[in-house]
Ligand binder design. Structure first.
Ligand code: PLP
Length: 416
């Protein structure tokens, strides 16, 4: 978008920004001059864009034919300056050529897969991934004649043997939900390259500040921006980042499928992103301290957190991640009811789906995400009744631990 600033500018348009700190980029990455010298990016609330006259329209159409239209489009589904500002900021943080913003994380996933998988092709996904992603691949893609094989997370031999001549994509998550398994991304990317297939990682639980899949040879990275990127439990959005060519073809697909983010949502997301570095640093620290506290507690059976040496993927997490995130999963020594009593005794974490926001959220997956399954089906997908997923917010760590302590004391009277 054209700038109205005439004063000496410190923006990064056309010049290299020599700073690479995640928090610095969250505030200043791809910063541009705004109209009226505004420091905050404007909300350009419009559905369509105007042309002065037919000559102006012809110039635009001709430029677009050659892929040379710059700084404008003709309709809101094809682009918006507020949305573009978020996309550029996120590309800078992620170290990507380009980023696309979608209406939700699932919109990002489904649009990407539909665009990249013609009929009669095949995708390999790892288990312990977001339930709706697995459902989309197993049910909806299969209906379109696109095969899907689910392989166990962390078994690279099975992963490689699942690749067929028709395979186009390997899709995984890191960390996974709820067991926070960590993928060896370099190994994953190497296997894919050997078989000429593309790799996609959903790194929602990590954020671009804790892991950068593209730097390890992954083709596309996806985030549910609803979580840490927006960070305030108040909006839904999704993003896909990667190389220029792949992102350009996905942008065309988005223009057809239409799962765009609106400008107000984009402006709120951009506001949230500015504090990403502070929030993630705090959530990493709280995650580690809470995990260590719970692991030592006699009423806790087992804790899953990549920053603990007891976690099955601790060594790969140390190698590939800058921080281990704000989600801690654990089992309480007790049954469904005792676990619920522990959750109900907590005063800070709120019972709600989602993660990565300012408020700590807690859930007992057996009673939430997997409520519709029979006990047998739930156990088959590895979800026991006493499992708890705690997503830490930005409350003081000392208070969070104090709260966990009192809730565990509360149930200790019931567990004898
Ligand atoms: C790992 C992961 N991927 C994708 C999604 C879907 O994102 P959204 O809810 O923004 O559609 C979620 C939502 O919980 C998630 O946890």
């Amino acid at each position: 978008m054209a700038s109205t600033n005439k004063s000496k500018s410190k923006t990064q348009q056309g010049q290299k920004f020599p700073f690479s700190g995640g928090s610095t980029l969250s505030v200043h990455g791809a910063r541009q001059d705004n109209p009226y010298h505004a420091i905050a990016e404007p909300v350009v609330q419009t559905a369509t864009y105007t042309f002065k006259d037919t000559a102006d329209l012809s110039d635009f159409m001709e430029a677009r034919l050659w892929g040379k239209e710059e700084g404008r489009t003709e309709y809101g589904r094809y682009g918006n300056p507020t949305v573009a500002a978020v996309e550029k900021r996120l590309a800078a943080i992620e170290g990507a050529d380009d980023t696309i913003l979608f209406a939700s994380g699932m919109a990002a996933i489904t649009t990407t897969l539909l665009a990249m998988l013609p009929t009669n092709t095949h995708i390999v996904i790892t288990d312990d991934c977001y339930r709706q992603t697995r459902e989309f691949c197993n049910i909806f893609l299969k209906r379109l004649g696109i095969g899907c094989t689910v392989v166990p997370m962390g078994d690279y031999a099975v992963l490689e043997s699942a690749i067929l001549p028709s395979t186009r994509i390997l899709l995984s998550e890191s960390p996974t939900n709820p067991y926070l398994r960590i993928l060896d991304m370099q190994r994953f990317a190497e296997i894919a390259r050997k078989h000429s297939v593309k790799t996609i990682i959903d790194a929602t639980f990590a954020t671009p500040l804790n892991i950068q899949p593209l730097s390890m040879g992954i083709d596309l990275v996806i985030h549910s921006a609803t979580k840490y990127l927006a960070g305030h439990n108040d909006l839904l959005a999704g993003v896909v980042s990667g190389g220029a060519g792949l992102i350009a073809s996905l942008r065309n697909a988005l223009g057809v499928f239409g799962a765009i983010s609106d400008p107000h949502n984009a402006a709120m997301l951009l506001r949230g992103i500015k504090t990403l570095g502070l929030r993630v640093a705090h959530q990493n620290q709280s995650g580690q301290e809470v995990a260590e506290y719970l692991e030592k507690h006699p009423l806790i059976e087992r804790v899953w957190y990549p920053g603990l040496s007891s976690h099955p993927d601790h060594s790969i997490a140390v190698e590939q991640m800058k921080g281990f995130g704000g989600v801690v999963s654990f089992t309480v020594k007790g049954d469904l009811k005792l676990t619920s009593q522990f959750i109900d005794a907590l005063q800070i974490p709120i019972i709600a789906a989602s993660l990565g926001g300012t408020e700590s959220l807690i859930e007992q997956p057996a009673l939430m995400s997997f409520y519709d399954l029979s006990t047998k089906e739930r156990l088959e997908v590895g979800i026991p009744e006493n499992l708890v997923r705690l997503s830490l917010g930005i409350e003081d760590t000392v208070d969070l631990i104090k709260d966990l302590k009192q809730a565990l004391e509360h149930i200790s009277h019931h567990s004898d």
